[in-house]
Ligand binder design. Structure first.
Ligand SMILES: *Cc1c(COP(=O)(O)O)cnc(C)c1O
Length: 367
């Protein structure tokens, strides 16, 4: 029999797969619970918007055809909204694919990839998948330490990942600090600004990163429809970069990487400003609801600019996570992010948040 492990590339041999949040129906099956609440994957608690539903219904009869591989209409809509050209846009099967395309387009095994401690788990996975060297830079108060990241640059560095806000910490970098970092970055090193939670950031603290895609040809901004736009199940996101970089990413991607339903849904979602507004309002209220509860329980949390919050249990969180599952509440343990005492809670509806808080109090008293 073949030992396929030894046939795999070296990076892949050591690869530990990404662990997603536990699916609702899996827990329902396991425990026979009728009501399960999932606050584990930073999904939009509002459900699918009416405009998206209508767009899907309209698209169904077309599904025997291949989708528009150029994503012409969605790119046109994004261009208009964001003040960029279609030549600066790469559409992806989720923004995860944009991150992967950057790696497959530019990275060789001799390259080093810089990211922060506690940063999004996909960065080390993508790095290993292409056999490159991961350089994890210690965080500062759970956030990216940009001066330490700058100091970690060598002649082998090819890509720097910056998640802003970061997942699972929710930490946000200031525009000034980021600009200083990007300005000092050698022009041949690509900087991926992962802005999956951009829409949730208080407008007063938002980084005007889009201008940088014009000014710095080595900056790639990754955004997604999965979170604020509520389209996680469709798998659609996009990258914004210089036309030169964009051209290369588009050479590497599969010709029909974004499916027809996802393209139609994204176009409709982009047009549904009321849905985004309601999403942000619900998120702000829910963040208040959860952090007020944490405060009353005297549990510290990391101030978050996303649609989730990491709470510090001041002890190993495993038993509490398990206890919450027994109560039908799925949250996210983050021990794999070197945060064994934290749990990450996605903001849900007021009802879901309340269910979580009640279960949390109950479990903390028990375990
Ligand atoms: C959710 C998330 C993404 C991307 O998700 P997609 O569904 O692939 O668009 C990217 N970066 C971070 C930090 C995320 O949390």
């Amino acid at each position: 029999m073949n030992d396929f492990l030894s046939l795999a590339t070296e990076g892949v041999q050591r690869l530990v797969p990404y662990v997603p949040g536990k699916p609702v129906d899996e827990l329902q099956r396991e425990l026979g619970l009728s009501e399960v609440i999932k606050l584990a994957s930073n999904e939009n608690p509002l459900g699918t918007g009416e405009k998206v539903k209508a767009a899907i219904a309209k698209t169904i009869p077309e599904l025997t055809r291949y989708p528009d591989g150029s994503g012409f209409r969605l790119k046109a809509a994004l261009s208009e909204r964001l003040g960029i050209t279609p030549q600066q846009i790469t559409l992806g099967n989720g923004s995860s694919e944009i991150l992967e395309l950057v790696m497959r387009t530019f990275v060789l095994p001799e390259h080093e990839i810089i990211f922060s401690q506690h940063a999004f788990a996909l960065y080390p996975i993508l790095t290993q998948a292409v056999g490159a060297q991961a350089v994890e830079v210690p965080a500062k108060q759970f956030g990216h330490d940009l001066s330490a990241m700058q100091a970690a640059i060598t002649e082998r560095t090819r890509v720097v990942f910056i998640a802003n806000p970061n997942n699972p910490t929710g930490t946000l970098l200031s525009e000034a600090a980021l600009l200083e970092f990007i300005d000092a970055l050698p022009a041949h090193i690509l900087c991926v600004l992962d802005e999956a939670y951009y829409e949730f950031v208080n407008p007063a603290h938002r980084t005007e990163s889009l201008q940088w895609a014009h000014r710095y040809p080595n900056v790639i901004i990754a955004r997604t429809f999965s979170k604020a736009y509520g389209l996680a199940g469709f798998r659609i996101g996009y990258g914004i970069a210089s036309p030169d970089v964009t051209d290369l990413l588009n050479r590497v991607r599969q010709p029909f990487n974004c499916n027809m339903l996802a393209l139609a849904a994204a176009e409709a979602a982009l047009d549904d400003e009321a849905y985004i507004r309601r999403t942000i309002e619900l998120n702000n209220a829910g963040m208040q609801q959860l952090t007020t509860a944490f405060q009353a329980m005297e549990l510290p949390w990391i101030a978050s600019s996303g649609n989730f919050v990491a709470v510090d249990l001041k002890r190993d969180a495993t038993a509490v996570y398990q206890g919450l599952l027994q109560e039908g509440v799925i949250v996210r343990p983050v021990a794999n992010y070197q945060m064994p005492n934290h749990l990450r809670i996605s903001i849900g509806t007021q009802y879901e948040n309340q269910r979580f808080i009640e279960a949390f109090i109950k479990v903390l008293a028990r375990v």
